[in-house]
Design a protein around this ligand. Structure first.
Ligand SMILES: Cc1cc2nc3c(=O)[nH]c(=O)nc-3n(C[C@H](O)[C@H](O)[C@H](O)COP(=O)(O)OP(=O)(O)OC[C@H]3O[C@@H](n4cnc5c(N)ncnc54)[C@H](O)[C@@H]3O)c2cc1C
Length: 325
């Protein structure tokens, strides 16, 4: 048995791709480690369109229920981690079938693939970070800034995502401390000038290596070491935004599709097409610059519709077994 489309990922992108594939009556398999994606840890998502407030947990349940409503055409394997993808029976035009192996040793075949495996936040890897994640340690200023109203916060970064996080925080917080381990900020100079104009930016601390997040039930501060003198200091803050980038979950398609220097899958923004015919990608795993739930959903819908168009086209030129659309 060969699926029309196999979707990897059960975050907003994977769920949206599955719903749209189902509505085109494509025989679909969705493989995911879990449903919900990265914002599942968020207590209060305030920008999921149509829901002024929703917890990450509730969003995850709704995404899963929506996918499972199409159980007539969508098979769901969860938890299932896709660990290997191979191309098979490729034509000279590189039209292939795909074979996917999971961590449980199961093997599935599909005519098209939608990669919606998202990303994971790059972490500091210091004591206290995991303990206070969601209790003062945050990884998305666009999402969580309103939760820190009138609080003193630190942003750890130095590049554009750090600078943008500082900007996102200004309307809400009382004070921002910008911490960077390098000798100078490395983000866009215009953004740097902009943030320096705000009286809420209390200090830019350079050469500062964060060594520990401190707290009791919630964050109370952080410890950092001066990279030159080795001197350790404590900065009392109510929140810490870690903005040191994210790592796309693209390892599984390395060598199969083009990937940029940051590990993001390069897509054609109109269709979510990758460099390998039949492999589409959407959401945070891609080189789309904006990493947000709603954007992942929209891009995944484009990818699903493009996968459908690809399958129709493929059916015109391929063996009779393909002519089912
Ligand atoms: C703490 C936090 C809070 C956030 N809050 C907001 C917010 O309020 N609003 C907003 O718009 N955005 C928010 N974001 C950003 C948002 O979560 C992402 O943009 C969005 O989740 C991306 O969706 P995605 O489906 O592309 O990927 P992901 O959400 O990363 O989902 C990927 C899915 O794929 C699965 N997976 C990965 N690899 C494999 C594999 N090999 N096999 C099988 N399954 C796999 C994962 O388990 C996961 O279910 C937040 C991000 C974080 C980190």
């Amino acid at each position: 048995m060969i699926y029309d489309v196999i979707i990897i990922g059960g975050g907003p992108a994977g769920a949206a791709a599955a719903v749209y594939a189902a509505r085109k009556k494509l025989k679909t398999l969705l493989l995911t480690e879990s449903f919900g994606g990265q914002s599942i840890v968020s207590d209060d998502i305030q920008n999921w369109i149509g829901e002024p407030h929703i917890s990450g947990f509730d969003l995850a349940q709704k995404l899963e229920a929506h996918v499972r409503a199409y159980s007539d055409v969508v098979d769901v394997k969860s938890p299932a981690l896709a660990v290997e993808i191979k191309t098979m029976k490729c034509s000279p035009e590189r039209i292939c079938d795909f074979e996917i192996k999971t961590d449980q040793g199961n093997v599935y075949q599909g005519k098209a693939l939608i990669l919606a495996s998202g990303a994971r936040r790059r972490k500091l890897g210091v004591p206290g970070e995991d303990k206070f994640s969601g209790k003062g340690v945050a990884y998305c200023a666009t999402c969580d800034a309103p939760l820190f109203s009138d609080k003193k916060v630190a942003v750890i970064g130095g590049g554009n995502s750090g600078l943008e996080a500082v900007q996102d925080l200004f309307p809400y917080v009382s004070e921002v401390y910008f911490i960077h381990r390098g000798e100078a900020l490395c983000g866009d100079p215009v953004l740097q000038e902009d943030i320096k104009k705000s009286p809420k930016l209390k200090q830019i601390i350079l050469n500062a290596q964060t060594t520990e997040i401190l707290g009791d039930s919630f964050v109370t501060g952080l410890k950092y070491k001066n990279g030159k003198s080795g001197e350790e200091k404590i900065l009392p803050v109510d929140g810490v935004f870690v903005e040191i980038g994210s790592v796309p979950n693209s390892e599984i398609v390395k060598g199969l599709v083009d990937i940029d220097q940051w590990g993001q899958v390069i897509i054609d923004a109109k269709h979510g097409a990758t460099s390998q015919p039949g492999i589409f990608a959407a959401g945070d795993v891609t080189d789309d610059p904006y990493k947000q739930n709603n954007i992942s959903v929209g891009d995944a819908i484009k990818a699903a519709l493009a996968a459908y168009a690809y399958l129709l086209q493929r059916a015109k030129t391929s063996p009779a077994s393909d002519n089912s659309y």
